[in-house]
Structure formats: C-alpha cells, structure tokens
Design a binder for this molecule. Structure first.
Ligand SMILES: Cc1ncc(COP(=O)(O)O)c(C=O)c1O
Length: 365
C-alpha cells in the first residue's frame, strides 16, 4: 500500500466479482463453451427491445448523456407511481450505496452491514472511513432485524438490509419488517436493497416497504436493471426514497453517471413484459429442477426467492468449485462471505442447469 494512501483504505479488501467467461477461457485454456453461473445474471440475455433501442442510439454516442434521465425517470415514475424527485440513479445500485454513504455518514460513524450479506455494503463503508458493524444473520439465512436492533450503536447512520439476501437467497418474514420499523430509531437511514424484488414478488408475497417512504420515514429502496432486465453490463441501478433524502444524495452524484446507452436500454426494457415473463418462468423451472436434484443427492441448500441458490458441499467445496471450473462451469465460492462450506450457483437455462448437475453427480456419486 502506498504510504500516502488514506490509512482507512488499508483495511479495504477490493470486491471479488464472479470470474468473467474470457478469464476462465484464458486461464484454463478452455476452447469449448463456458457456462457462467457466478453472478446472478439473466441467462436469456438483455431484453430484445433494449438491444434494438441501443443499436438505434449508437450514432449519438458522441454526445454526453442526458443528466436529468428525463425519459427513464418519467417511465419509472409512471410505472411505480412515484414522484420524480424521489427516484435515485446509479452506475449500478452499488453506486447509489456509495452516494448514500457519502451523503449521510461522517468518518468514524457506524454503518450496519450484516455478516453473510452483499459485500459491497462493507466495501462502501470502508471506502468512506466508517465503522462497519456486522451483526449475525438468522440461521435460516435471512437478515436478522431483531439482532440489528439489539446490536446497533447510538452513532449508527445507515443500515443496509438485503431482502432477499445475497448470497443466501432467503427472505425476511414480513412481520419482522413491521416489528423492526416500529422499533427502529428515526435518526437512521434504512436501506432495503431489493435487487431481486421481481423474482421474490413472483415467488411469494413481497413486503411493502414503499409505505414507509410514503409515511416520510428515512427509508431507501434499491432496485436494479442488472438481474431481471438482463442489463448488468450497462450498469443501471435505481432507488426510491423521500424528497429530503433525494435532495442530500443528489449532491454526491457525479454528473453523467448513467451513460446514454444505459438510459435508453433501461427505458425500453421496462416495456418488455414478455422478456420479464420468460425470465421468471425459466428461473422458476430452474430453481425447481435444482432443488429437486439437491434433495435427491442429499445436499443441503437454503430455500431461495431469487435467481440463485446456495448449496452446501462442506469440506469438499473447494474441490467441487475447481472441478466445475475445469469443466467450464463457473460458480461462486463464498469464502469472501465467510461461508466456506457453500457454493452459490445462479439459475441458468435448463441446459446450463443440467450441465451443472451432471458434473455434481459425477463428483458426489
Ligand atoms: C443484494 C444485491 N444488491 C445489489 C447488487 C448489485 O446490483 P448492481 O448491478 O445494480 O450494482 C447485487 C448484485 O449481485 C446484489 O446481489
């Protein structure tokens, strides 16, 4: 580390993303198809409507993007029935997390980022020099809100709550959210990260967190175009909040953080209900297939309300991950999350799911 670097940066561990396909091909010399089931991307690809829109817009790439996000903002405002001064945008929802921390957390104040949850909350906290506290999650794999209430110190500024949780995939029971919102102090920003909202609300009843924003509570809801809309490579996250929080957060946003192609693609993807439906169907079928195979193989897994699932291989986990990788299937090892005995696998097409299961059968059988 450079001696002039901010001392707080010394504890920052850079985020380790899922291995890109090109890297696996290069490192392992694999010439055949590589199956990437590591980053919870959409196996059907981007919305076809988004692809067409981007192609048409490429000629305008010499201009700076619209920094007011006019069309995208209007569309989201209409679709979700929310005022335009309540919609946040980021270069991926991870950027909104950083914007929030920059807007609300002074160095040394506390951010709550539960253990075994999306790592970017911790990365963001460390970047800005916050004290990051990691309360345990519930043994069933969802964020334990009661435990957060018990452990949060008086200087807590932001609580990040992934629901459903990544990497476990499980959801917080609705009554826990209601109880938590009744008891939590009002001088804290509560961030409900709902990156997998579309899947979860298809699989089950999804708790209404928007009502807290309507009530004027200090709540932010984060959503993304990276998952259901298949636009992870364009980096588009958005969020809902109160006009007061919006006012503070916008001051931390760099101009032009959403490029033109991202804005155009997202605006068109919101209209592509067919693509969303197909994605949900394929995810439901894939989850059903994987869980029934895991049961047959006697493998422990956590029930998932998302497009990924966490499965336990115990002390064989590293060997299973390496064998899958050598066979061209990229999954996600969970060591950075402190879950050494588990792998996370994204739901793919049925061909991809079967390829994964067949290798698992060979290894465990
Ligand atoms: C819980 C959670 N939040 C946010 C994100 C990041 O989304 P984006 O691509 O919009 O930055 C992910 C990505 O995997 C996630 O799992």
């Amino acid at each position: 580390m450079h001696p002039l670097a901010r001392w707080k940066l010394r504890s920052v561990k850079p985020y380790v993303p899922g291995k890109p396909i090109e890297e696996v091909a290069r490192e392992l010399g694999i010439k055949t198809r590589i199956y990437k089931l590591a980053s919870n991307e959409n196996p059907l690809g981007p919305s076809p409507k988004a692809i067409t829109a981007i192609k048409n817009a490429l000629n305008h790439a010499s201009f700076y993007p619209d920094d007011s996000f006019y069309y995208l903002k209007k569309k989201i405002s209409e679709k979700f029935n929310v005022c335009e001064d309540q919609i946040l945008f980021g270069n991926g929802s991870v950027e909104i997390m950083l914007q929030l921390a920059l807007a609300f957390v002074n160095p040394g104040e506390t951010i709550i980022a539960p253990k075994h949850t999306f790592i970017m909350y911790k990365v963001v906290g460390n970047i800005i020099g916050a004290n990051v506290l990691e309360p345990d999650i519930h043994p069933d794999g969802y964020v334990d809100l009661d435990n957060i209430l018990l452990t949060m110190p008086p200087d807590t500024k932001i609580i990040f709550i992934a629901n459903p949780n990544n990497p476990t995939g499980n959801m917080i029971p609705q009554e826990h959210i209601e109880r938590f919102m009744e008891q939590v102090r009002d001088d804290v920003i509560i961030v409900f990260d709902e990156a997998y909202y579309e899947y979860a609300s298809y699989f089950t009843h999804f708790p209404d967190t928007f009502k807290y924003i309507k009530e004027g509570r200090n709540v932010v809801i984060l959503r993304t175009f990276s998952k259901i809309y298949g636009l992870a490579g364009l980096r588009i996250g958005y969020g809902f909040t109160t006009p007061q929080i919006y006012e503070a957060v916008r001051k931390t946003r760099l101009p032009f953080n959403l490029n033109s192609m991202a804005q155009i693609a997202a605006t068109s993807a919101l209209d592509d209900e067919e693509h969303v439906k197909r994605t949900l169907k394929i995810t439901e079928e894939g989850l059903r297939f994987l869980t029934s195979e895991f049961k047959k193989l006697g493998l422990k897994y956590v029930p998932s309300f998302t497009n990924f699932i966490m499965v336990r291989f115990g002390d064989k986990t590293k060997m299973v991950y390496d064998t899958l990788l050598r066979n061209g299937v990229v999954t996600r090892p969970l060591d950075p999350y402190g879950l050494h005995d588990w792998l996370r696998v994204s739901i793919g097409t049925m061909e991809e799911n079967k390829k994964f299961i067949n290798i698992i059968k060979e290894i465990t059988g």
